[in-house]
Design a protein around this ligand. Structure first.
Ligand SMILES: CC(C)(COP(=O)(O)OP(=O)(O)OC[C@H]1O[C@@H](n2cnc3c(N)ncnc32)[C@H](O)[C@@H]1OP(=O)(O)O)[C@@H](O)C(=O)NCCC(=O)NCCS
Length: 320
């Protein structure tokens, strides 16, 4: 089986072929979940990552694809993330996945990586495949979905005395970037299990780079923040539309800084976001998010907002 690296940047045909594999795989594996749009896929393939270098491969005649993120950020150059590994449903169980994996493994070893992580749904072919290679679960999690009700734009957001709710589309304004980066530090409270990855300190430039990446890839990003008169960001939530014309959004971080917990700010920022997103994106139907099983407070906030658990998944890791 011939495994070839995609051109850098990939051609239109390479993007089309990649997208076709993903669409076919998703239709087979997750029939109820809309496949990513071409805009999102082209963005991911064409715009370099903020934390590392992607290497992308295609197998044979478009039978399968793999994408590996080799971290370049400080403290993580020993590890990597297998972002995509998919084989067209009609070409499965014939060793295509194994051939792709051999190429990925060769790259990992060649780049001196001693571990690699990936996420997969539990109980499906990806899980069986990864377990066969020796991957082990380091962080069980769930995919949750929140439907966007038809009247969401008019939703009533509870009052937040002492806090003002601000909405930012795109990059966080410079005046708030330092405070927002500080609040991002509280994401470290979210469980990360036994993942062999070092969390970087958040700074305003790093926050801007992470957000810039979403925009450069053709997506849109909205932040709702609860701020204090002293200029702190006490809580925030981030919503990304990888394809702004599409029906699906991804919930990124939701954080309430420890000193401000217990005032209903998590719920307030998320409801404000829902109203905002429903008004701005008329085609939006669902918001998806992953939450670690061990993250009881976040699961409680999401459940109170009507999110339902859609499927079980996990971050898996392999030591090389
Ligand atoms: C996982 C995936 C890439 C495997 O591709 P593939 O070409 O079928 O894999 P291979 O033929 O090389 O299978 C290698 C081994 O994995 C295991 N395996 C693969 N699919 C399996 C399944 N559906 N059930 C049980 N075991 C499975 C088997 O041990 C298999 O060896 P065998 O066929 O000799 O029994 C493919 O099913 C896929 O695209 N799934 C959807 C995306 C996904 O979950 N990606 C994985 C993220 S880690």
């Amino acid at each position: 089986m011939r495994i070839r690296a995609l051109s850098v940047p990939p051609t239109d045909t390479e993007v089309d072929d990649w997208w076709a594999v993903l669409v076919a795989a998703q239709a087979a594996d997750l029939p109820g979940v809309p496949a990513p749009g071409r805009t999102e896929i082209a963005g991911r393939l064409r715009v370099p990552g903020a934390r590392g270098r992607f290497v992308n491969w295609a197998a044979g005649d478009g039978e399968g694809i793999a994408s590996l993120l080799l971290f370049t950020d400080e403290g993580n150059t020993h590890t990597a993330f297998l972002d995509v590994m998919a084989v067209r449903p009609d070409a499965r169980r014939r060793g295509v996945g194994t051939a792709l994996w051999q190429r990925v493994r060769e790259e990992l070893l060649g780049q001196g990586r001693t571990s690699v992580a990936t996420t997969t749904d539990l109980g499906g072919p990806g899980h069986a495949f990864a377990q066969g290679l020796g991957f082990e679960s380091v962080l069980p999690l769930g995919w949750y979905v929140g439907e966007v009700p038809a009247d969401a734009a008019g939703i009533r957001v509870p009052a937040t005395p002492g806090y003002e709710l601000l909405v930012w589309h795109g990059l966080v304004p410079d005046a708030w970037a330092g405070a927002a980066a500080l609040a991002h530090g509280a994401m470290e409270d979210a469980p990360s299990g036994g993942l062999d990855e070092r969390i970087q300190a958040w700074t305003a430039p790093r926050l801007h780079a992470a957000h810039r990446l979403v925009l450069d890839r053709g997506g849109e990003l909205t932040t709702v923040a609860a701020v204090t008169p002293a200029g702190e960001v006490a809580a925030y939530t981030e919503l990304v539309l990888p394809d702004p014309a599409g029906p699906c959004a991804l919930q990124y971080d939701t954080v309430v800084v420890p000193a401000h917990r217990g005032h209903g700010l998590g719920r307030a920022v998320k409801l404000r976001m829902l109203a905002q997103a429903a008004a701005r994106y008329p085609a939006l139907r669902a918001v998806r998010t992953t939450v670690a099983d061990a993250n009881t407070p976040m699961r409680a906030v999401n459940e109170a907002l009507g999110y339902r658990r859609e499927r079980d998944a996990a971050v898996l890791q392999l030591k090389l």
